[in-house]
Write a protein that binds this ligand. Structure first.
Ligand code: ADP
Ligand code: MG
Length: 229
């Protein structure tokens, strides 16, 4: 059974004047320990699919299950607890609190995680920062960091609760080649060494080819590419 299974998922965005069919009965399965790249042109539905898997938006039809369990009946409270415990989400703009310290930023998901004791926070924050090579910067304000360092904070925050699923939307879009390689190495090693399921949406073929599998999207549907290993 796949850890993540999105099956026959469709999503329309309705505006006043028109409807965009962003996803058309598309499917994606991801296993534990696997790093999967999702590539495809702008507007092909990559972010929509990632947001549906991350339970940020609901599909119009189709199902998303985790370890065989459907989340479609979850109420808002249960949904946000599930989201917080299970997903580490990394976006291109990092979505960090600029005026706050590295420590405070990494801590955010811990504050909402009821199953991790407060007394464990400090150690977890330190460990996540150390893994990302920023443990000497915990007291710095995020606004004072370089792009590569900010990205490391975003990843540290995505792993601080041992979230089993890492969703990254264009995580290397604003990085130079060296930082890009380091971020991809880290994400792939989360899959291979920690057993996380990692999904990376990317425009960058050099990022995609480092993953175990590449899914190409076109016009709102997934297609398996020949680069599957
Ligand atoms: N909130 C929204 N309202 C209306 N249309 C949207 C919205 N979000 C995305 N879309 C449209 O849905 C399609 C898929 O978007 P998206 O999933 O962001 O694609 P990608 O990430 O591959 O660029 C695009 O045509 C986009 O313009
Ligand atoms: Mg996108």
């Amino acid at each position: 059974m796949s850890l993540i299974s999105a099956s026959g998922v469709s999503k329309n965005y309705k505006t006043k004047d028109y409807t965009v069919a962003a996803l058309k009965e598309t499917s994606l399965n991801v296993e534990k320990g696997e790093a999967v790249a999702v590539i495809g042109p702008s507007g092909s539905g990559k972010s929509t699919l990632l947001n549906i898997i991350g339970l940020i938006i609901k599909p119009d039809s189709g199902s998303v299950t985790f370890d065989g369990e459907s989340t479609s009946g979850f109420g808002d409270k249960r949904l946000s607890a599930f989201r917080n415990a299970n997903f580490g989400y990394i976006t291109q703009d990092f979505a960090l609190l600029d005026g706050e310290t590295v420590y405070t930023n990494i801590r955010l998901p811990l504050i909402y995680n009821k199953s991790i004791k407060r007394s464990e926070h400090k150690k977890r924050i330190f460990d996540a920062a150390e893994r990302m090579g920023i443990s000497d910067k915990l007291t710095r304000r995020v606004s004072r960091l370089s792009g590569g360092e900010r990205q490391r904070v975003a990843i540290a925050r995505a792993i601080v609760c041992d979230q089993p699923i890492i969703l990254a939307d264009e995580p290397t879009g604003s990085l130079d080649a060296e930082n890009r390689d380091s971020v991809v190495n880290t994400l792939v090693s989360l899959a291979h060494d920690n057993g996380s399921a990692v999904i990376i949406v990317t425009h960058d073929l050099s990022v995609a080819e480092r993953c175990d599998r590449v899914i190409r999207m076109k016009d709102g549907t997934t297609m398996i590419t020949g680069s599957e290993k």
